[in-house]
Every structure is written in structure tokens, then in C-alpha cells.
Design a protein around this ligand. Structure first.
Ligand SMILES: *Cc1c(COP(=O)(O)O)cnc(C)c1O
Length: 469
């Protein structure tokens, strides 16, 4: 290749970088034909809750760089934590040995996690954390001699990451259908979705919750002896469109899995670390799962790190003489990376210093009247909020909740308009995601809602809507 090695990136022009990007980088979850037809946004740096592109334009990071960011960008304390650890060691393996930040972080996670989750297994992405939870659940029963318990239960429209195991317990047809021949089969029960509930109960919340619990109980009654675990996105199902469970539903799910002897895996990759207004979504319902996966906000959005937390009971099923072959044979090259663990520790220290869990709850409440303004826009069907995890569902008709045709890509167009107005986010189909960094101030949150409101009006406005926007 003729790309001039050694040339500093900053000296290249936008046109040069854009050309190289289009020539060499294959972007995730992106139709590259669309990408090539547009002018790419190339981030140069970040400051506070804003990202700045190489042409000097500033954008609110309205989706926390895909649901990760906690304290903003370029945070002195987090930068220092990385630099200090770099002065010690950047990486050393956890295979049969240990390192200081990995030990300290594991103890810290055990102290803040729901009761009983005392054992921490590291990896480097939410998807790998999910793979580990699935394999642990499967091998737990195997090690105990219950070899018939091999299957998993997931929930309709679930998303647990993009590796094959995680996709096997995923249930979003657009993402997952094509890989079906590669996947292990899972049982699926409905996730309660009050806005889309069309059953007989006049109370949509109660009806949606009952439909879920009835389906789950029937399945467990018939098949519990074949089922290793149920995996759930607790309280908020993220990638399906920020769908919030009715209160009490997670607790009932936990009660059923316990009653029928099925492990409960909580995928807190999106909901963990105060995103929902509690440290973990499980805390909102007083639920202690058997396995819990965390990622995304764990390092404040700085470095790739995930962890699968397990109870002592699960750990004990693997603890044996070597000859018994109960070892958990799983690991990744960068498992327990010291830089990532060091920045995660500083992230969690800042949570306490800023009293961030309570602050998120306060800000989420203060945001409610602003979000209520959005529901008045003619093509907003539903605004769903849990903490600072917000989804705005667009419909062609509010009364009959008609979705926009998927080919219309209304979400993509609204987000593209928001970008022109100075805010970044990505849609989930017809749902606009609003997931600001947790440190966003009330003023910054208002400014972002104003941008969303304007972008929605600009793209959904029709004759006859005049005056509503
Ligand atoms: C993002 C996400 C994952 C996957 O995490 P990656 O780090 O992208 O692999 C898994 N589960 C949930 C609920 C998520 O939101």
C-alpha cells in the first residue's frame, strides 16, 4: 500500500481522512453503501459531554457513544488513572496469575453488586460477558450431574451482543434471522411491552406483565428439567427500542426461575452503573440473580472491559480436584486488563464522589416535564423513560399507533437532522434513543431535548401538523 506510514494523523485533511476511511474501514452495524454516499463524521476529540470533529464542529454526545459514557470525555481523573497504571504495567495475563487493579476491582464490584454475587470473571465486551454467563450456566448443571439442563430461555426482541452464543439467545429478527442455521435453539417468552399490548386486559401494563408471566410459568412447568437458565435484560430491554417492564415484573420472573430451579442471568450491560437510576436495574426490584453481566459503563466509556459476576454457589460447582474436569476452560488474551481495571476503579470512585446514583434519579425526574412536551408532537407515539435511558417512538398516527414503514427509515433521518443541529444519537428502528452521559447537567439535558424536538418536527412535519411543533 502507498499509505504514507509515519505521517501523523492530525496533519491529514478531512478529504484525505474521509477517502482513507471509505477505502479501508468497514463500520459496524452500517450499510457501507449509505455510508459512502454521505460525508463521514470524523471525531477528533471530546470535552465534557461533547465530541468535536476534525472540522471543529461540536456535538452533544446524546447517546453516550452508544450507551457507554458516564462522566463525559477527556476527564482528568480518568485520564490520570490510565496514565498512572501505564507507568506500572499495561497488560499482564490473569491465566493462573493476577494483577493489582483486577483484584481491587473484583472486590469493589462484589461490594456494590446485588447480594451473593461474589465471584468476578473478566472479559472485554458485553457479548463475551454473555458467552461466559451462558457457558457457566450450562457447565454448572453439567458439573452437578444434571446433564439434561442444556437449554436457555430468552425474551422476544432480546439483544445480548453479536457473537454466536449471544445471538442464539437474541431475538431481533433483522439482526439475527440470517444466522439461524448457526445458532443453538432457545425458548422465547414475550417481553412485556405495554405500548404494543393488544390483549384483552384494559390495563395494558397489567395485561402485558401477565402475558409474560403466564407464558414463562407454562414453559417452566413443562420444561424446567431441560432448561439451564433464563437470560433477561432487567427492567429495560434496550436494543428492541427502550422497552420498560411494568413494576414488579422482574421480581416475579426471578421468583418463577427460583421456584422451578432455573438459573437467572441478568444482562446488565446496558442498564448497569446507574443508567436506570439505581446502581443496577436488579436493585430497583430487590432481585439477586445467579449470574450478572456488566460492560458498557463499567469503565465510564473509556476502555473495553466486561465482567460476569457469579454467586458462590455457582463458583463452588467448578471448584474441585483437577482430575474431576470441572475447571471453567474459558479466557481471552486481554482478560482483566490492568489499564481497563484501573480506569473502572476510578470510574466507580467518581460515582461515589459525585453521589451519581442519586443524581441520576434527580435529573431523570427533572427531565420528565421536558419529555412530556415531546409526547405532544403529532408523530410521537410513546416516550419511554427509566432513569437516563429514554426511547421516543415515532408513529404515522398517534391514535392507532401505526408504525412508519421500515423503508422510510424515519429514525435514521431524524438522527441525521439532530446531528446537523449539534447532537449525536442513533435510532433503533422508529425509536429515537436519548441516553446522555450521566453527568449531563439539567441545562445540557434541556438543550438536547430541544434539538430532538426540532429534529422530529423537521422530519415528521406534514401539512395539517402546523402549529403543533
Ligand atoms: C450492548 C449490549 C450487549 C453487547 O455488548 P458489547 O460490548 O457491544 O458486546 C449485550 N447486552 C446488552 C443488553 C447490550 O445493550
Amino acid at each position: 500500500m502507498t499509505s504514507s506510514a509515519g505521517q501523523s494523523v492530525q496533519t491529514r485533511s478531512y478529504d484525505e481522512l474521509s477517502m482513507l476511511d471509505k477505502r479501508h474501514v468497514w463500520h459496524p452495524f452500517t450499510q457501507m453503501k449509505d455510508y459512502d454516499a454521505d460525508d463521514p463524521l470524523i471525531v477528533a476529540r471530546g470535552q465534557g459531554i461533547k465530541l468535536i470533529d476534525i472540522q471543529g464542529r461540536e456535538y452533544y454526545d446524546g447517546f453516550s457513544s452508544v450507551w457507554l459514557n458516564v462522566h463525559g470525555h477527556n476527564v482528568p481523573e480518568l485520564n490520570e488513572a490510565v496514565v498512572n497504571q501505564l507507568g506500572q504495567v499495561a497488560h499482564a495475563t490473569l491465566l493462573g496469575m493476577s494483577n493489582v487493579p483486577a483484584i481491587e476491582l473484583a472486590a469493589k464490584l462484589a461490594s456494590i453488586a446485588p447480594a451473593g454475587l461474589n465471584r468476578v470473571f473478566y472479559s472485554d465486551a458485553g457479548a463475551t460477558g454473555v458467552e461466559i454467563a451462558l457457558k457457566m450456566a450450562f457447565q454448572y448443571w453439567h458439573n452437578l450431574g444434571h446433564t439434561s439442563k442444556q437449554a436457555f430461555v430468552t425474551m422476544k426482541e432480546a439483544y445480548h451482543g453479536d457473537t454466536i452464543g449471544a445471538v442464539s439467545v437474541g431475538a431481533i429478527p433483522l439482526y439475527h434471522e440470517v444466522y439461524k442455521p448457526l445458532l443453538f435453539p432457545s425458548y422465547t417468552v414475550p417481553y412485556p411491552h405495554p405500548y404494543r399490548y393488544d390483549g384483552p386486559n384494559s390495563d395494558a401494563e397489567a395485561g402485558a406483565m401477565e402475558a409474560t408471566l403466564t407464558a414463562l410459568e407454562q414453559l417452566l412447568q413443562q420444561r424446567a428439567d431441560e432448561i439451564a437458565a433464563l437470560i433477561v435484560e432487567p427492567v429495560v430491554q434496550g436494543a428492541s427500542g427502550i422497552v420498560v417492564m411494568p413494576q414488579g415484573c422482574l421480581r416475579e420472573i426471578a421468583r418463577l426461575t427460583e421456584r422451578y430451579g432455573v438459573l437467572l442471568i441478568a444482562d446488565e450491560v446496558a442498564t448497569g452503573f446507574a443508567r436506570t437510576g439505581a446502581m443496577f436495574a436488579c436493585d430497583l426490584e430487590g432481585v439477586s440473580p445467579d449470574l450478572m453481566v456488566v460492560g458498557k459503563g463499567l469503565t465510564g466509556g473509556y476502555l473495553p472491559l466486561a465482567a460476569t459476576l457469579a454467586t458462590d454457589e455457582i463458583y463452588a460447582a467448578f471448584y474441585a480436584d483437577f482430575e474431576e474436569r470441572k475447571t471453567f476452560f474459558h479466557g481471552h488474551s486481554y482478560t482483566g486488563n490492568p489499564l481497563a481495571c484501573a480506569v473502572a476503579l476510578e470510574n466507580l470512585r467518581l460515582f461515589e464522589e459525585k453521589n451519581l446514583v442519586a443524581e441520576v434519579r434527580r435529573k431523570a425526574d427533572a427531565l420528565k416535564p421536558q419529555l412530556a412536551r415531546l409526547t405532544k408532537l403529532p408523530h410521537v407515539g410513546d416516550v419511554r423513560q427509566q432513569g437516563l435511558m429514554i426511547g421516543i417512538e415515532l408513529v404515522t398516527d398517534q391514535a392507532d399507533k401505526t408504525p412508519y414503514a421500515w423503508e422510510r427509515r424515519i429514525g435514521v433521518h431524524v438522527c441525521r437532522r439532530a446531528r446537523e443541529l449539534g447532537m449525536l444519537t442513533r435510532p433503533l428502528g422508529n425509536v429515537i434513543v436519548f441516553m446522555p452521559p450521566l453527568v449531563s447537567t439539567d441545562e445540557e439535558l434541556s438543550a438536547m431535548v430541544d434539538i430532538l424536538s426540532e429534529a422530529i418536527c423537521d422530519l415528521t412535519g406534514e401539512e395539517g401538523d402546523a402549529g403543533a411543533c
